[in-house]
Write a protein that binds this ligand. Structure first.
Ligand code: 5GP
Length: 195
């Protein structure tokens, strides 16, 4: 019987404001055969966000129950809210032969690397810290206090970039999206070659 190949697991991280959401959406428009992993979070949905598409919005109680039952492949407290990737969902996608992309923070990415050693870690960085601050201010979705928390976390996250397999500088969204696409396609070629 022909052995079905499993997909690759990609992790996309980077400070908020680095543009990883936009980058990811652009890549998904062009690259077939890759699935976005829908995380669980205890934060409130933002305007336009939909349950089961952007996130699974769950209560802190439910999050803790799932955590105790060992359902998360990784989990983290980010900016005061809880986030986690359901292990079963990720494994189901990979076993179906599709690649999967997790858009998660640095703490989570490092847990994934431990648990899934073949995973590929991608870091999206802004061209500069000043640019990042400006983008966050322009977005205007956070209070000053929460913005300061995000900036503090951003500095910490940027320091972790060297731990990743690839660093993509988001100086131009189209160019950065092409780079991301290129990395995913290259990974598939290498996987085929190994087979
Ligand atoms: P936001 O609340 O802006 O959607 O996300 C805040 C941060 O949480 C982002 O850095 C995002 O990548 C991260 N995040 C989203 N889902 C997960 C997850 O399942 N696990 C972890 N560790 N981080 C996540």
């Amino acid at each position: 019987m022909k052995k079905r190949t499993t997909g690759s697991l990609f992790v996309l991280s980077g400070p908020s404001g680095a543009g990883k959401g936009t980058l990811r959406k652009k890549m998904f428009e062009k690259v077939p055969g890759i699935t976005f992993s829908i995380s669980c979070t205890t934060r409130e949905p933002r305007e336009g966000e939909r349950e089961g598409i952007d996130y699974h919005f769950i209560s802190a109680d439910e999050f803790h129950s799932r955590l105790e039952r060992g359902e998360f492949l990784e989990n983290a407290d980010v900016h005061g809210h809880l986030y986690g990737t359901l292990r079963e969902d990720a494994v189901r996608v990979l076993n179906s032969g599709s690649d999967i992309l997790l858009e998660i923070d640095v703490q989570g990415a490092l847990q994934v690397r431990e648990k899934m050693p073949g995973s590929i870690l991608l870091f999206v960085a802004p061209p500069s810290f000043e640019e990042l601050e400006q983008r966050l201010r322009d977005r205007g979705t956070e209070s000053e206090e929460r913005l300061q928390i995000r900036l503090r976390n951003a500095r910490w996250e940027m320091e972790k970039a060297p731990l990743y397999d690839y660093v993509i500088i988001n100086d131009d969204i189209e160019r950065a999206a092409e780079e991301l696409e290129g990395i995913i396609l290259e990974q598939r070629k290498n996987r085929e070659a190994r087979r």
